[in-house]
Design a protein around this ligand. Structure first.
Ligand code: ZN
Length: 199
């Protein structure tokens, strides 16, 4: 994050239901994944210019920066690799392909520790290149969430044309749908129709 910049994290739609956003740095990851609304097709990272606007609002890139085509593609790959890992959090099964895809997408960044004289220690980007610092900021946010024990609660809804990232605050940590009323109800209806068709 760029120091002193109050991060705004626009998403391509409202969170369904009454779910509160993810806590701490994980909110950045949730917002990144939710820059794409699969249902409406709205994509806040659709062009390199739009991606710069979003990254600047999120405090990850100085305003007025330029993203090259391959950097824009790398950002979209990072978003979709993250979505794949978060989809795996629903099933609680190991998904080595998703894990290595995300590790690959994060590989171009280098991280180091910022040591605060007051005792605070945190991961920060060690890169000078602005786009590598973007990747580093995202990697540090994921690492922080994993340390806080919140990473596994960020999930992507398996609903058809959904994939929305939501934070599961349930005691059992077994929430499956972004919203029981929307994707949960649709899945139930489909299962019901399938059973009828099979009879
Ligand atoms: Zn959903």
């Amino acid at each position: 994050m760029i120091e002193g910049n109050e991060a705004q994290l626009p998403t391509a739609g409202a969170d369904p239901g009454a779910r509160a956003p993810a806590p701490g740095s994980l909110r950045l990851i949730q917002a990144l994944v939710n820059t794409l609304n699969a249902e409406t097709g709205r994509d806040l990272l659709g062009t390199a210019g739009e991606a710069v606007t979003w990254l600047a609002a999120a405090g990850l890139l100085p305003p007025g920066s330029v993203l090259a085509g391959p950097q824009h593609a790398a950002l979209l790959e990072l978003r979709e690799a993250t979505r794949q890992v978060l989809s795996g959090h629903i099933h609680r099964r190991d998904d080595p392909a998703a894990a290595s895809r995300l590790a690959m997408a994060l590989a171009p960044c280098r991280l180091t520790l910022a040591i605060d004289p007051a005792g605070d220690v945190r991961l920060v980007s060690a890169d000078h290149d602005p786009f590598s610092r973007v990747i580093g900021g995202i990697a540090a946010a994921i690492a922080e969430a994993a340390t806080a024990g919140t990473w596994a609660r960020l999930k992507c809804c398996p609903g058809r044309r959904c994939g929305w990232a939501f934070y599961d605050r349930s005691a059992s940590s077994r929430s499956r749908w972004c919203s029981m009323q929307i994707c949960g109800a649709r899945a139930k209806m489909r299962a019901y129709r399938d059973r009828q068709a099979a009879d």
